[in-house]
Ligand binder design. Structure first.
Ligand code: FES
Length: 111
């Protein structure tokens, strides 16, 4: 099950309040690319398609398409700030390798 930390939920609330699409839901997806095979993509999206799943995580409606959901089960999203600024942090136990910034991952090699 995907987890959203309270800090991540607070940041999503803050960002949504600043968008021009207040009715848009938070969309989490995986796209091919990044420094490894895939990268996490976060957006606000007013559209929901028939293969989307809507999760209620910490008071946030999170839209995830089925192919992304297959790669994101057990993902935890957190948000933290340091001297370089704030960013979402991804903890994906299903990843085989994570890139240095944590936004890209590969799948484990199969035997
Ligand atoms: S996507 Fe290049 S270091 Fe993370």
């Amino acid at each position: 099950m995907i987890q959203l930390s309270p800090a991540a939920a607070d940041e999503i609330h803050r960002l949504r309040a600043r968008t021009s699409l207040p009715e848009a839901r938070f969309r989490l997806s995986v796209q091919p690319g990044g420094c490894l095979d895939y990268y996490y993509h976060l957006s606000f999206d007013a559209a929901v398609s028939s293969d989307d799943v809507i999760l209620n995580l910490n008071g946030i409606e999170v839209v995830v398409d089925q192919p992304s959901l297959a790669l994101l089960s057990d993902l935890t999203i957190d948000y933290s700030e340091d001297l370089m600024g704030g960013s979402f942090r991804f903890y994906n136990p299903n990843a085989g390798e994570n890139c240095g910034c944590g936004n890209s991952f590969s799948l484990p090699l199969k035997d």
